[in-house]
Design a protein. Structure first.
Length: 204
């Protein structure tokens, strides 16, 4: 599948008759909502595990030296914590562009902390997209992240902001936190100190 998924996503009509739709964010959308939304709630989805297995050629790396960002992989017993946003369908065009590097819209049940459930939308980069980086050890992923820089900034910043956002949600993601442990010693001391401070929202 082509890296650029804008055209494919624009063909999805599942939510065309909805006035609003829940969007589940599990990566940078947790800490960087650069789109209008009606409501924001912590949530989780089941059957999906967050993994740094997608290459980033447009935000946190380049085509010549891609970074790594998260996607979801099917795993029966997994619970993936994140943030859900209630959006209007007009926001899809912006999201399709933001997630154009291999991500497709997928319909999924979303569970909220109060026990409520809603049908919603996630963006997943499946292994048949051309930017898929695939499995690697957490140490190897950290080494790649430490080197990568793209138009949105250092790949390390993405990983560290995500780890901090997950802690603020009370989520225990061993994959993300293991990469963080391997990454921190690879960073220059000033950057390491900066990332140890409380984080705020930052671009994707």
């Amino acid at each position: 599948m082509s890296v650029n998924t804008i055209a494919l996503n624009s063909q999805m009509s599942h939510f065309d008759d909805h006035a609003s739709v829940w969007l589940f964010g599990y990566g940078s959308i947790i800490f960087k909502a650069d789109f209008p939304y009606l409501e924001r709630r912590p949530a989780h989805i089941t059957g999906w595990a967050r993994r740094f297995w997608q290459g980033s050629h447009d935000h946190r790396g380049t085509a010549q030296a891609p970074g790594r960002v998260v996607t979801l992989v099917a795993q029966a017993d997994a619970v993936c914590a994140g943030m859900a946003y209630l959006i209007t369908p007009e926001v899809f065009a912006h999201l399709d562009h933001r997630e154009k590097n291999g991500y497709l819209r997928v319909v999924t049940p979303i569970d909220f902390d109060d026990g409520q459930r809603a049908e919603g939308l996630i963006y997943i980069a499946a292994e048949d997209n051309a930017a898929f980086a695939g499995p690697a050890s957490e140490r190897e992923i950290a080494q790649q992240i430490a080197r990568a820089v793209g138009p949105s900034g250092p790949n390390s910043e993405y990983l560290l902001k995500l780890a901090q956002a997950l802690r603020e949600l009370g989520a225990d993601d061993q994959h993300v936190f293991a990469i963080e442990r391997h990454l921190l010693p690879l960073l220059p001391p000033p950057e390491r100190m900066t990332q140890a401070a409380p984080s705020s929202a930052h671009p994707n």
